[in-house]
Design a protein around this ligand. Structure first.
Ligand code: PEP
Length: 235
């Protein structure tokens, strides 16, 4: 079973999510489909589609104007949240430690965090990919994590929304390091997703790479005609 997670970013509305859930609910798939949507659209999903948020606060409650707690997200019926997405790391200046604190709150409130890690173009060019990714896993996974209770998403930051993807060899090499790191930490049953510029055209090849348990999809998750081929190509 593969995991196909969509990240709607700041797009869509309640009606477009209604339509997407309705259309996806009719498809025959063995994959686990997740849609991470803006807070205003959060709700419970169904047997086919799990609904998730795109971030949660590292605080429990209180004077944090504009923030949304993990408890609030869970209260909507949503069951998943992204944490550490590169756009949040950039905008909120989140470090791995901040991401671990967000993930910790998610787990405490029965949400499955999808913990995003990945190198920038500069880090890649400096030959730091493996180090950044390994540190990302070790430092962003919180101390209350349980095996299978969280998901890692490897997203090379230079490829997100850029229409370019690393080669399958590059993806395989990074995912192998992530798997070995997780094993070393005692997490032998934790899914690892690949994200950045996944489309219906490259989804099958990417998901055939060892240690790729699914994909995290931005732009191509917004339209059914783009998203369905990715789900179909998982099988
Ligand atoms: C993302 O934002 O997580 C992402 C993978 O975006 P895209 O698929 O558009 O590159």
């Amino acid at each position: 079973m593969k995991i196909i997670a969509g990240n709607w970013k700041m797009n869509g509305d309640v009606k477009s999510l209604d339509n997407m859930i309705n259309d996806l609910s009719g498809i025959d798939t063995e994959s686990r489909v997740i849609l991470c949507v803006p807070y205003t659209m959060l709700r419970a999903g169904n047997d086919v589609v799990m609904i998730g948020a795109q971030n949660v606060s590292k605080f429990e409650s209180g004077a944090h104007t504009s923030e949304i707690s993990a408890k609030m997200v869970r209260d909507t019926g949503a069951v998943v949240t992204l944490v550490g997405h590169s756009e949040c790391r950039d905008a909120l200046h989140d470090t791995n430690t901040d991401v671990a604190e967000r993930a910790k709150m998610a787990i405490l409130n029965d949400l499955i965090p999808i913990i995003c890690i990945g190198e920038t173009a500069t880090e890649r060019d400096m030959g730091l990919t493996i180090r950044v990714v390994e540190n990302g896993v070790r430092e962003s996974v919180p101390d209350n994590a349980t095996d299978g209770g969280f998901i890692i998403a490897y997203e090379p930051r230079w490829a997100i929304g850029a229409g370019i993807t690393p080669t399958t060899q590059q993806i395989g090499a990074v995912h192998k390091i992530i798997r070995e790191t997780l094993n070393d930490m005692g997490f032998t049953d934790t899914p690892i997703l690949y994200g950045a510029s996944v489309t219906g055209a490259n989804a099958h090849e990417i998901m055939s790479v060892p240690n790729v348990d699914g994909v995290l999809v931005g732009g191509a998750s917004l339209k059914l005609d783009d998203f369905i081929p990715i789900i179909k190509n998982a099988e």
